[in-house]
Design a binder for this molecule. Structure first.
Ligand code: NAD
Length: 319
């Protein structure tokens, strides 16, 4: 029998803008040996698979195909991007009811097919849908760490980008996170922002800039408004979330123990209610393997608590 012990299989469920941008990035980055694509619209998944496959001679061998839930039985990771898209002016929380049913159905079907993958939820509102997915998966025997959401990995990347542009330095050296909801109540954590270990305020001072309240408020607003700004211009966001998902997939498939701001069960941490939201998490082969809930400044902790309350309230509509 063929030895497939090295194989890494990723299933992508939902081949719209986000699913296809992610699959494309995944193929280029060669993080998986097998990529299976699923969509309610089977022909769309087939079209995407063909389009990707035609690039394989220029990238390297990989098994890319359109499949069904049975193909998820041996997937290491299932990335869920199935659902409705955010329309201009529509808030993420308005998408809730429509997408909750889809998320629950997808998780049930993968588990019914015999799969025990790590689930990476992306469909919005991602924090609420991560909670929904957890509530389906855990009673069916999946460890809680194996279900988490992309959360604010993208928002943290946007935050880092804006800081790097302001100070004129390589964004890879900029360390800054956004915690809480992937959405309007998210929290930019200024107290821990640093550039290669040097506090951001210090770097800015040396650059002749002030990390004052007005600056922080404007940048936090720009981070929060980023998705609206893009959707207003191109109708959807997909490219950077595709890259962000690859970064998370890399951490899981490579068992990298990376600390990433993914959405996880946060109940009881920082006094939070029963919600999923983004905290700095240790991400490895088992999914979320730990949460680094280090102290925050009082105003940041209060904002995080408020974000948790917003999510808790919004999920009440599901009952
Ligand atoms: P899209 O409309 O282009 O694609 C959604 C796809 O899901 C469609 O192809 C549709 O056929 C498919 N689908 C619907 N129901 C399905 C089901 N039951 N099973 C399988 N497939 C199903 O939308 P998009 O632009 O790709 O966005 C997808 C989701 O990702 C949205 O909820 C969007 O808000 C979200 N999103 C999240 C982030 C993030 O950071 N978490 C970033 C961008 C977009």
């Amino acid at each position: 029998m063929e030895d497939r012990s090295y194989a890494k299989k990723v299933a992508v469920i939902g081949m719209g803008n986000v699913g296809s941008a992610f699959a494309y990035a995944l193929m280029l980055r060669r993080l998986a040996t097998d990529i299976v694509l699923l969509d309610l619209d089977q022909r769309r998944a087939e079209g995407e698979a063909l389009d990707l496959k035609h690039g394989l001679p220029l990238v390297g061998p990989m098994n890319v195909y359109a499949g069904a839930y049975a193909d998820c039985a041996d997937a290491d990771l299932v990335v869920v991007t199935a659902g409705a898209n955010q329309k201009p002016g529509q808030t993420r929380l308005e998408l809730l009811k429509q997408n909750a049913g889809i998320a629950a159905d997808v998780v049930r079907r993968v588990l019914a097919a015999g799969g025990r993958p790590v689930f990476l939820m992306t469909t919005n509102p991602v924090d609420v849908l991560t909670r929904v997915a957890l509530d389906v998966a855990v009673p069916l025997g999946l460890p809680a760490g194996r279900v988490f959401g992309s959360g604010t990995v993208l928002d943290s990347s946007r935050f880092r980008h804006l800081i790097s542009r302001t100070i004129g330095a390589d964004p890879r050296g900029v360390h800054a996170s956004v915690l809480g909801e992937h959405g309007d109540s998210e929290v930019c954590v200024w107290s821990r922002a640093n550039v290669s270990g040097i506090p951001l305020a210090e770097v800015m001072r040396l650059r002749g800039l002030d990390l004052d309240a007005a600056f922080m408020e404007q940048m936090a607003l720009d981070v929060r408004r980023a998705a609206y700004t893009i959707i207003d211009r191109k109708g959807y966001t997909a490219t950077a979330i595709g890259v962000a998902l690859c970064r998370i997939v890399e951490a899981v498939l490579g068992d990298q123990k990376s600390i990433l701001t993914v959405s996880t069960d946060a109940e009881g941490r920082y006094g939070l209610p029963r919600v999923c939201l983004s905290l700095p998490c240790l991400v490895g082969a088992e999914g979320v393997e730990g949460v680094i809930d280090a102290p925050l400044e009082p105003e940041e902790e209060a904002a995080l608590k408020k974000s948790g309350d917003v999510l808790f309230e919004s999920a009440k509509g599901l009952l």
